[in-house]
Design a protein. Structure first.
Length: 283
């Protein structure tokens, strides 16, 4: 059943857990994620990257994911991730996204606020808005690494700005930079628990941890106890599927005879990752 993202996250936090969000570049991966969620009886979030949304078939994918969420037997939300273009946001919502990350984190502080405020004015009160404060290193769509400590000190979320930022933007979720990065970590992730704790006491809205791929399961559980209600996965899911396909391709004929079998390997890999993540966050 399609569910408001903020309701899904708040419900999870009340039970001491976080909701995993998975980047879906295609319908096959989304089917796998929802299948894993249904088998576990837990909710999940389907993410669409802005680059995907801006492709010729990107809005059709969002519409398909909305239909998948509507038909699911568990709570599922559809979100446009990391968007800066207001036109892309509006088109994605019209196509079926019920939540948007209006991401002005790379902009000066006041410009970041202005972007989120503009998104709210354009999209209306029914769309759930996530905002981001702080500068995450790495690349959302490619597996580039960041340094061992993740975000630099300069890129960490400034906890002193959190109350003002949330009050002025009206954001319903806040993505933070506390040593988490997009892509692969070079070395072990070094999350700044002191910064996360300081942020958590300064706002009551749910926090979001992007770049969760590679962070140990016990640390994600620990983060959920600090009001992190949503954790985003892309790199591990994407690289796992690609590794499976690379392994299986030599055994499949070029004339496509075994295409269904190949897609089955793809689905199983994505589903196993999603199922393991769901189990980890709710244990």
């Amino acid at each position: 059943m399609r569910t408001r993202l903020d309701h899904l996250v708040t419900s999870a936090l009340q039970q001491g857990s976080a909701v995993p969000a998975f980047t879906c570049y295609d319908f096959t991966t989304a089917l796998a994620v929802v299948g894993a969620a249904e088998e576990s009886g837990l909710g999940a979030i389907l993410l669409v990257a802005p680059k995907t949304a801006a492709t010729p078939n990107g809005l059709r994918l969002i519409s398909a994911l909305r239909g998948l969420a509507d038909a699911a037997s568990v709570p599922v939300a559809v979100q446009l991730d990391h968007a800066m273009d207001l036109n892309v946001m509006a088109d994605a919502v019209a196509a079926g996204a019920d939540s948007v990350l209006a991401d002005g984190s790379s902009l000066p502080y006041e410009d970041n606020i202005a972007l989120v405020v503009s998104a709210r004015a354009l999209l209306g009160p029914d769309v759930v808005l996530e905002a981001e404060l702080g500068d995450l290193a790495g690349d959302e769509d490619r597996a580039f690494g960041a340094d061992k400590s993740g975000a630099s000190v300069a890129g960490l979320t400034d906890s002193a700005q959190v109350e003002d930022f949330v009050a002025r933007t009206g954001a319903q979720l806040l993505a933070v930079a506390v040593g988490n990065v997009h892509g692969k970590y070079k070395g072990d992730p070094q999350l700044r628990w002191d910064v996360l704790q300081d942020i958590a006491v300064r706002t009551h809205i749910p926090l979001v941890l992007h770049g969760a791929s590679g962070i140990p399961a016990e640390e994600l559980v620990k983060a959920a106890a600090m009001n992190v209600g949503k954790v985003n996965f892309n790199t591990e899911l994407r690289t796992g599927v690609l590794a499976t396909l690379q392994k299986q391709l030599p055994g499949h004929r070029a004339d496509g005879e075994n295409l269904q079998a190949l897609l089955g390997h793809w689905t199983r890999t994505a589903k196993d990752f999603a199922a393991g993540t769901l189990a980890t966050l709710t244990r």
